[in-house]
Ligand binder design. Structure first.
Ligand code: NIG
Ligand code: FE
Length: 420
């Protein structure tokens, strides 16, 4: 048995939630313990409090040097399995006013990423994935949901998920893989959408379940992608195979995606810029987490903000993600996503960080394991160079992370906490 005491903090931000996602007023309470300590035994948190280490002869002591200790960030929505990049498309959207939807319809945009990713050999793709996971860890992330979705054929999607699985075994942080073959209609001429969905349901869902290649399937519910019947069919196949479902919903228009996500028991409904009042009410009465993506709001001209205060007031459990996609939000930094959430969605720092920790943990199905600093949870945490947790978004663009721990082991250490 190894015990580790993390001491000499200015704040421990627990995000304690009593085993459930935070909603409403609970979102605004980060559970700060001033000058708290965290006691870890064999990778698990055993005590958190002002004197958690009293009377304990810990094997190791970590001096936080007056910094703030937070749960490691959980990024609940990334598309980081891709090769290539699309700066010219981004610039055309800004300068020529071309829309994201336009690129979907004309076959550029994401299809460029599909072609580049298909052309990337396994080793190259694996290294890209690892590089991106390491970069996320450097910004305090300890768990990342990672989607496939740039294969767009069953064979390629399975290849990407297998490469991701290999990368996951070498990753410094936890990886929660998601299969997203139904990201866009199939690329190859001669394959209809109906035939592609048949193949996904009949052969890919069982292959993913058998190979442990993902825990959920995601699907893009949009008029240019998949409809309600497609979503219901995929959700049913996933349920039968013991897999979960999540949706890209109401991103480009109000498609009733949020209510549909609730109907099919989705773990999360993501994006939600165009969610209707009925969608808000449906989500409030459900366990489906609303994953918000402020990065795309910042990055894509004309993108609509999810009505975040309405969501919170109605009692919806919100989470925050980077999206990490070459299309609409190519960012690896959760602190940046948190800053953008505060400024563009007008939420408090506590609400944004709850969305990036405990609620995100529930969105990826690991709410009982990570996302808060509570006894019984894994010791996934970060020490940052600050005296107040609100500095995370306040000093946006600066990397404050000094130490990252996953299950009590340090995976990143960046020298001493400065004089501040
Ligand atoms: O999360 N809805 C679509 N998927 C991605 C972007 C896809 C792309 O353009 O590469 C998103 O916004
Ligand atoms: Fe996305």
């Amino acid at each position: 048995m190894t015990t580790t005491l993390i001491r000499n903090t200015s704040q421990v931000v627990t995000m304690a939630s009593g085993g459930r996602p935070k909603r409403g007023r609970a979102l605004a309470d980060p559970g700060v313990i001033e000058r708290g300590e965290v006691l870890v035994r064999d990778g698990q948190i055993v005590a958190v409090g002002p004197d958690a280490g009293r009377g304990i002869a810990a094997d190791r002591s970590i001096n936080a040097e007056g910094g703030v200790v937070l749960p490691g960030f959980v990024d609940p929505h990334t598309h980081l399995v891709f090769a290539g990049s699309r700066p010219a498309e981004w610039e055309a959207r800004l300068v020529q006013g071309r829309s994201f939807a336009d690129f979907i319809k004309t076959g550029g945009g994401a299809m460029d990423t599909v072609r580049a990713t298909r052309a990337a050999p396994d080793d190259e793709l694996e290294e890209l994935i690892l590089l991106r996971l390491a970069r996320m860890a450097s910004w305090g992330v300890t768990t990342a949901e990672v989607k496939s979705g740039y294969g767009l054929s069953v064979a390629e999607e399975l290849r990407h998920l297998r490469v991701l699985q290999r990368a996951g075994t070498r990753s410094p942080i936890r990886v929660v893989p998601t299969a997203l073959p139904a990201h866009f209609p199939p690329l190859d001429p001669g394959t209809t959408k109906a035939a592609y969905l048949d193949e996904i349901v009949e052969s890919m869902v069982p292959a993913v379940a058998d190979g442990g290649l993902a825990t959920t399937f995601d699907i893009f519910r949009d008029e240019a992608a998949y409809d309600d019947a497609d979503v219901r069919r995929l959700a049913e196949a996933c349920r039968a195979a013991g897999l979960g479902i999540r949706l890209h919903a109401d991103q480009l228009g109000d498609d009733g995606g949020a209510a549909l996500a609730v109907e099919v028991g989705a773990l999360s409904a993501d994006h939600l810029g165009h969610i209707s009042p009925a969608g808000v009410a449906a989500m409030a009465a459900s366990d489906t987490i609303a994953v918000l993506i402020p990065g795309s709001l910042f990055f894509v001209p004309g993108e609509k903000a999810a009505p975040t205060r309405d969501l919170i007031d109605a009692g919806v459990a919100i989470a925050i993600s980077t999206d990490y996609t070459p299309g609409t939000s190519p960012i690896a930094s959760m602190p940046l996503a948190i800053a953008l959430a505060c400024v563009l969605l007008r939420i408090s720092v506590a609400e944004a960080i709850a969305g990036a920790t405990i609620n995100a943990a529930f969105a990826v199905g690991l709410g009982d394991l990570v996302g808060s600093l509570e006894p019984g949870k894994q010791a996934d945490l970060q020490v940052i160079e600050a005296r107040d947790y609100r500095e995370v978004p306040y000093r946006f663009g600066e990397n404050l992370v000094r130490r990252v721990m996953v299950a009590g082991e340090t995976v990143l250490e960046r020298g001493q906490v400065g004089p501040l």
